[in-house]
Write a protein that binds this ligand. Sequence first.
Ligand code: NI
Length: 135
Amino acid sequence: MTNLKVHHIGYLVKKIQQAIGEFQHLGYQTVSGVTHDHYRNIHICFMEKDGYQIELVSPADTESVVSGLLKKYKNSPYHICYETPDFDADFTSLVQEGYTAIDVPTPAPALDGRRVVFLMNPFLGMIELLETAAP
Ligand code: NI
């Protein structure tokens, strides 16, 4: 699947404003405002340094999809997101190759409403698939 391009590294953080400040201190710059993703009940902010983009994700409340992950992993990177122009075909292939979809493709408000889906692989954990352009 050579058409996959790394888009960002997802980074779980407990407190997004404090995390933004700490990453700025390390030389990262914000490339978006803090967005509330109401589908997943999380706050998101994209930051960039040296061509690497990170996505800070924090729970908007205790019912958020990432609250459980944060308890388990604490503040830490937890997924790599791959962008593809062939979203539907690649999603189908990954599932056929043994990845398990852990949600259904859903628009991401922080990414212009482009669809994303999360998948688990027994050997490399969680990945995110992102479509290159909105349908
Ligand atoms: Ni992500």
